[in-house]
Design a protein around this ligand. Structure first.
Ligand code: WQD
Length: 339
C-alpha cells in the first residue's frame, strides 16, 4: 500500500512510521519540521532498515502538497501534521485555525485531485465536553474547551462531510489523550522545544537534572490523591492503533471514530511515584495552584477500538516511564542540532 504521512517527523508520526515500514508499505512523508527534526526520520530509516521518500513542505502550501501528492499517488493518507499546544492556541488562534483546519482542507483537496479516498486522522480527546461524565465514549458530546481542541473538532466534521460527499471513501478518526514514552531502542522519542508543557517530558528532565523540581498543578481535584488524572497511552500503542485503523479503512466505506487509550486514569503523583520507582531517581516537587484550563480527570471508554479494530493497549505506566527514561538518558539534548 502507498501511504502519504503528513507530520511523519513528529513524536507520534515517527513511531507510527517504524511500525508502518514493517508492513512493507511504500511511504512518503510530508513535513515542514516546524515542531520536529529531520534527524528523527534518519533514525526511523535506520531502525526500520528501510527507506521512504520525504518532502519538506507546508500543509498550507496547496502547490507543494498537490505536487507531492501527484508525484506519489497514495492509496491512503495518515494525517498527523498540525499545531498542538493548548496554551499557545489561545494566544495564536488564527495560526491554529489556518494551519490545522486550512491545512486539512488543502490536504483533502489534494487527495481529491489524485483520487485518494482513504484517510486516518489523528484527532484528540480534547474534542470532548470536559463536563460530561467519563469515561468518554465515542458518542459523548463534543465541546472542545480550547482553540486547539476546536480545530480538531472542526476537522473531524470536515472529514465526515468530505467522506459523505466522496463515494467509496473511508475515514478513521482516532481520539486519544496523553501520548507518552518512546521507542524501545531509545533512538526516537518526544523532543519538545524549550521547557516542556506536558507532564512526562518535564518529570524526565527533572530526573535528569536539567530542571530543578516539578510543579504539581493543584491537589484539590476529586481524584485519588487530589492531583489531575489522565489516560496516558504509550506512543508505541498509539502507533499500532494507527496501523490497525489503516487496515480497517481498506475494508470499509464511510467514517468511523475510535477512542484510543488504556481506559485507566493515572494521577500526577501516581505517575511521579512510578517514574521514581522505575528510574531510582527522586523527583522533587512542589504543589502549586491549578493550571488554567486544566480539568480534573480525562479517561476513555476504549471498548470500541478493541471490538472493531481488534486493538488494545499493551503497555502499562511502568513501561511508559522506563521507555521515556531510556530515551532521555541516551539523548539528553533530544535530536539536536534541530532542523
Ligand atoms: C497532564 C497532567 C496537569 C505539567 C495535553 C494537551 C493536549 C493533549 C493531551 C493532544 C495535568 C499535570 C502537567 C506540569 C503538572 N494532546 N501537570 N505539572 O494538559 O492533560 O493534555 O496532552 O491532543 O494537547 O492539553 O497534558 O501533560 O500538560 O498534563 O502537574 O508541569 O499533569 O495539571 O493534570 P494535558 P499535560
Amino acid at each position: 500500500m502507498r501511504v502519504f504521512v503528513t507530520g511523519g517527523a513528529g513524536f507520534i508520526g515517527s513511531h507510527t512510521l517504524v511500525q508502518l515500514l514493517r508492513t512493507n508499505a511504500d511511504i512518503m512523508v510530508f513535513d515542514n519540521y516546524s515542531n520536529s527534526s529531520p534527524e528523527a526520520l534518519k533514525r526511523v530509516k535506520r531502525l526500520a532498515q528501510s527507506d521512504f521518500s520525504i518532502v519538506e513542505g507546508d500543509m498550507c502550501d496547496p502547490r507543494a502538497l498537490a505536487s507531492a501528492m501527484q508525484g506519489f499517488k497514495p492509496d491512503a493518507v495518515i494525517h498527523f501534521a498540525g499545531l498542538k499546544a493548548v496554551g499557545e492556541s489561545a494566544e495564536k488562534p488564527l495560526d491554529y485555525y489556518r494551519t490545522n483546519i486550512g491545512g486539512s482542507i488543502t490536504l483533502l483537496d489534494a487527495m481529491d485531485k489524485v483520487g485518494c479516498k482513504r484517510i486516518v486522522f489523528s484527532s484528540s480527546a480534547t474534542v470532548y465536553d470536559p463536563n460530561k461524565p467519563f469515561p468518554f465514549t465515542e458518542d459523548t458530546a463534543l465541546c472542545a474547551a480550547s482553540t486547539y481542541g476546536r480545530t480538531k473538532q472542526f476537522i473531524e466534521e470536515i472529514i465526515r462531510d468530505w467522506s459523505a460527499a466522496t463515494p467509496g471513501s473511508s475515514a478513521a478518526i482516532l481520539r486519544y489523550f496523553n501520548p507518552v514514552g518512546a521507542h524501545a531502542s531509545g533512538d526516537i522519542g518526544e523532543d519538545p522545544v524549550g521547557i516542556p508543557n506536558n507532564l512526562l517530558p518535564y518529570i524526565s528532565r527533572v530526573a535528569h537534572g536539567s530542571l530543578q523540581e516539578l510543579q504539581v498543578f493543584g491537589n484539590e481535584y476529586a481524584t485519588a490523591d487530589g492531583t489531575g488524572a489522565r489516560d496516558y497511552i504509550h506512543v508505541e500503542d498509539l502507533a499500532s492503533a494507527h496501523i490497525a485503523a489503516l487496515e480497517h479503512i481498506t475494508s470499509m466505506t464511510g467514517c468511523d471514530t475510535f477512542n484510543i487509550g488504556t481506559g485507566t486514569a493515572t494521577t500526577v503523583l501516581e505517575m511521579l511515584r512510578a517514574f521514581e520507582k522505575v528510574t531510582g531517581k527522586p523527583i522533587p516537587y512542589r504543589i502549586v495552584g491549578a493550571r488554567a484550563g486544566d480539568v480534573s480527570t480525562t479517561v476513555a471508554n476504549v471498548s470500541k477500538a478493541e471490538r472493531v479494530l481488534g486493538w488494545k493497549a499493551k503497555y502499562d505506566i511502568d513501561a511508559m516511564c522506563r521507555s521515556i527514561w531510556n530515551w532521555q538518558t541516551r539523548n539528553p539534548r533530544g535530536y539536536e542540532p534541530r532542523g
